[in-house]
Design a protein around this ligand. Structure first.
Ligand SMILES: NC(=O)c1ccc[n+]([C@@H]2O[C@H](COP(=O)([O-])OP(=O)(O)OC[C@H]3O[C@@H](n4cnc5c(N)ncnc54)[C@H](OP(=O)(O)O)[C@@H]3O)[C@@H](O)[C@H]2O)c1
Length: 256
């Protein structure tokens, strides 16, 4: 990475950018000079994030979308190219989870988690790759795994989520293999514990939060800058010979 804006002149899509880690990553990319199309379902939250990025001097367009909509992948890619004239990167971040003992899990709810966390990621990656291959400039993709893509959970049952995140890591390797000849690098981040809406119900119990921190050798939860650095590494030429890799960003949680 060179200079304060290593991604100047490039453009990317960030899904799940109305909250949590998606918002952090959209702001991080915009701060590095990358124009961002941000997507999620909640229009008001998406617009608030877009306003914040604009105030910080970034270039952004908000595009409401539900990843369950089969047309979302094509729509997002078309909108990014129409707005910015190019597409260099995609952060495949949006995800959902169910919390249930596996023996009581509703199969339809399990399938919905796989549809949002895996099938929709593959669809958007494919739509983005078609544009990148045609443009001939290569590109980058960052998928979102989790510590739970590598280790069993320690709290309530999250079987669908765990299965989906392991699938994301396999998808990362296979997409990387297929698109390497086109100069498209595909990697994933595997966060540990970052306090967000997704895990708020589970960590409302202080004992549960303490247990998560006890599993983290660095002894604290993740902060925005902890994620932005690894993302910018994977999105920039600093990682130009890195593809098919999942990078834990977990304060050492995966050491155990
Ligand atoms: N937080 C952590 O500690 C942690 C740890 C490991 C991995 N991760 C991973 O990091 C990513 C972000 O997690 P987070 O903690 O930031 O979660 P979050 O706060 O719950 O945010 C999830 C985002 O995904 C969007 N989303 C969910 N379903 C969607 C759908 N059907 N269509 C479009 N957008 C949808 C949500 O926006 P709308 O509701 O507005 O649609 C929201 O912006 C996920 O892939 C998660 O698995 C997080």
């Amino acid at each position: 990475m060179t200079g304060p804006t290593p991604l100047a002149g490039t453009a990317a899509i960030v899904t799940g950018a109305s909250a949590g880690l998606g918002e952090i990553m959209a702001r991080g990319l915009a701060g590095a000079g990358c124009a961002v199309l941000i997507a999620a379902r909640r229009v008001d939250r998406l617009r608030a994030v877009a306003d914040a990025i604009t105030e910080e001097g970034g270039r952004v367009v908000a595009h409401p979308a539900d990843l369950r909509d089969p047309g979302h992948a094509r729509d997002l890619v078309d909108a990014a190219v129409a707005e910015f004239g190019r597409l260099d990167g995609v952060v495949l971040n949006a995800a959902t989870a169910t919390v249930a003992p596996a023996e009581a899990e509703d199969p339809a709810a399990f399938a919905d988690v796989m549809a949002v966390n895996v099938s929709a990621q593959a669809a958007l990656a494919g739509a983005a790759a078609r544009v990148m291959i045609d443009a001939g400039r290569g590109g980058w993709m960052v998928l979102m795994s989790s510590i739970l893509g590598r280790k069993a959970a320690t709290g309530p049952g999250v079987a669908a989520y765990v299965a989906s995140k392991i699938a994301v890591e396999g998808l990362t390797r296979e997409l990387a293999r297929q698109w390497a000849p086109h100069g498209i690098r595909v990697n994933a981040l595997a966060p540990g514990y970052f306090p967000t809406e997704m895990n708020a119900p589970m960590t409302a119990d202080p004992g549960r939060r303490e247990a998560l921190l006890a599993r983290t050798p660095m002894g604290r939860s993740g902060e925005p800058a902890d994620l932005t650095g690894p993302l910018l590494f994977l999105a920039s030429d600093a990682s130009r010979f890195v593809t098919g890799h999942t990078l834990p960003v977990d304060g050492g949680m995966s050491c155990w």
